[in-house]
Design a protein around this ligand. Structure first.
Ligand code: ZN
Ligand code: ZN
Length: 172
């Protein structure tokens, strides 16, 4: 069943979460609408860019015009979409995908700031970020595929992993 929304009558509207990364948001939007990355590429007119952004590959960097198209397709404002991106001049750590499980337990969402090069840990919890499953050591998949909220290999819940996070003292 397709629910009607004022912005884009033929798609489920998915609200952006606080601090959410573009990869995680695109994944949730796709799930809600049962679309593949190329499906979103088609309906938005953005083609292969969707699959690239889901992997945090921003070379070439997205343009305002592209985000206007994504905004039309998703019903999320262009301004909000930019918030899912690294600010200008902030370097991205593409791999490994990182996680503060304590944050995730409070709000199930991959935060864009976890992938910034300069991010050492979670300042809210004073913990180091996880860069692999603490149980089976598998690397995390791109956040666009995180709908199960657990490790793809051993199925440990992301929220459970908070007990395995180590303290982090910030050098600043
Ligand atoms: Zn945290
Ligand atoms: Zn695992």
């Amino acid at each position: 069943m397709i629910e009607h929304s004022e912005i884009q009558p033929w798609f489920f509207h998915v609200e952006a979460l606080e601090g959410e990364s573009i990869s995680h948001f695109l994944g949730r939007f796709r799930q809600a609408n049962e679309l593949t990355p190329s499906g979103v590429g088609k309906i938005s007119g953005l083609g292969g860019a969707i699959a690239r952004w889901e992997k945090f590959r921003f070379n070439p960097y997205p343009t305002q015009q592209q985000f206007e198209k994504l905004s039309t397709a998703t019903g999320i404002s262009v301004e909000q979409l930019w918030k899912m991106m690294p600010p200008e001049g902030v370097g991205m750590q593409l791999e490994p995908i990182r996680l503060c499980a304590s944050c995730y337990a409070e709000l199930p969402c991959h935060q864009i700031q976890w992938q910034f090069k300069d991010t050492q840990g979670c300042e809210v919890h004073g913990l180091r970020l996880l860069s692999e499953c603490p149980n089976c050591k598998a690397r995390f998949k791109p956040p666009a595929t995180w709908s199960d909220s657990k490790c793809h290999r051993c199925f440990m819940l992301f929220s459970e992993m908070r007990n395995r996070q180590k303290r982090h003292s910030f050098s600043r």
